[in-house]
Design a protein around this ligand. Structure first.
Ligand code: MRU
Length: 349
């Protein structure tokens, strides 16, 4: 389906993890390489590697690096897997990839077999491949949501940079645009770390998709003046009832969509569905450093001593969501995700 990407967000090469440092985009394309699992953890924490599916993939490769470091010492490796799985709290892909890697370890005593890094690498590559395929399937299902050319608004970044495949929401936008069903993408800048301005616009340009950057607070005005035909976003975690945690500001967009009768779609792989969480209220929302709000490019933009809050995500109640697209199809209300969604899964509804 998809052409090779013009950039590679993450790959395993010669016993090392190579990744594009997203904190430098769009100004510099800096590729880093590491054999140190702790460097991968810090890259995830500082958002050099980011986006729910991509941090799951990175976590899996980090576990392989940890296994190469600790060799047969089970206790050390298990401790490292725990640290990797906790690098960020909201996207379930990270902790579930870490748990999946843990489950590959053979049971037994304190000493692991020598071939454990090889076993783990097979699983990490599998996780990466599954995410790629999920993106392709999401894109194909999602395109059926559009029947005439419209302009679509999105938030944050959901393309190859966030997923390791063609993207979730971005994959749908890309496919719909290729089929003449989307004319333009409006990208919310996504304060405070500007994933929309820095990354989504960059990816739209790389793929030739016409895109317009707006400041986050312009979304309501655009909807009110008839410029937005639909909103499509990604997800960091989907609860059993269809509540969706995603980048801060997503909830506001969904409420605005309801007020303006504009469809609001979520796109995510089933690896973002958490069947241990009933509703969005149970999803842990990451709090980032207040400096991300009070500083800009190293300079203060608020008086010294300002008390600031920096939630990185919010959750959108299912009632505001028109449909959720996973690799398994288009899900409509009432949403009901269960453990089968992550394995064989229920059919589309
Ligand atoms: O903090 P980030 O940049 O990792 O947040 C990412 C998002 O909120 C994305 O929309 C989400 O992970 C979906 S990625 C396909």
């Amino acid at each position: 389906l998809t052409k090779p990407e013009p950039y590679t967000p993450i790959e395993w090469r010669d016993g090392r993890v190579r990744y594009l440092d997203q904190t430098h985009l769009p100004n510099e394309e800096i590729v880093r390489e590491t054999a140190d699992w702790e460097n991968v953890v810090s890259a995830i924490k500082r958002l050099a590697i980011r986006g729910a599916p991509l941090i799951g993939i990175a976590a899996a490769y980090a576990v392989v690096l940890a296994a190469m470091t600790f060799r047969q010492r089970r206790e050390k490796l298990e401790r490292a897997i725990q640290v990797i799985g906790n690098a960020r709290p909201t996207a379930v892909n990270l902790s579930s990839a870490a748990s999946r890697m843990l489950s590959v370890l053979p049971t037994g005593g304190a000493a692991l077999p020598v071939d454990v890094p090889d076993l783990l690498l097979v699983e990490a590559r599998r996780i990466h491949e599954e995410e790629r395929h999920a993106c392709e399937a999401i894109s194909l299902h999602g395109v059926s949501l559009f029947s005439r050319p419209i302009d679509v608004l999105t938030i944050c970044n959901t393309g190859p940079l966030a997923t390791g495949g063609i993207g979730t929401a971005f994959g749908i936008l890309h496919t719909a645009w290729s089929n003449g069903l989307i004319r333009r993408v409006y990208a919310c800048e996504t304060r405070p770390l500007l994933q929309g301005a820095r990354l989504t616009i960059w990816e739209c340009m790389k793929h030739g998709i016409p895109a317009t950057l707006i400041n986050d607070s312009a979304a309501g005005h655009l909807m009110q003046t008839g410029k937005v035909g639909a909103v499509v976003t990604g997800a960091d975690r989907i609860a059993m009832n269809g509540d969706v945690a995603n980048k801060i500001g997503t909830y506001m967009l969904a409420v605005l969509c309801e007020a303006h009768r504009i469809p609001f779609y979520t796109a995510a792989p089933s690896s973002s569905v958490d069947v241990t969480v009933r509703t969005g209220e149970n999803i842990v929302i990451e709090e980032r450093s207040a400096d991300e709000i009070t500083m800009f490019q190293g300079k203060p933009i608020a008086p010294s001593g300002t008390h600031a809050l920096a939630p990185a995500f919010d959750f959108t109640p299912a009632r505001f969501i028109t449909a959720i697209v996973t690799e398994r199809g288009i899900h409509r209300k009432p949403f009901q995700f269960d453990s089968r969604e992550q394995i064989a899964g229920p059919g589309t509804s």
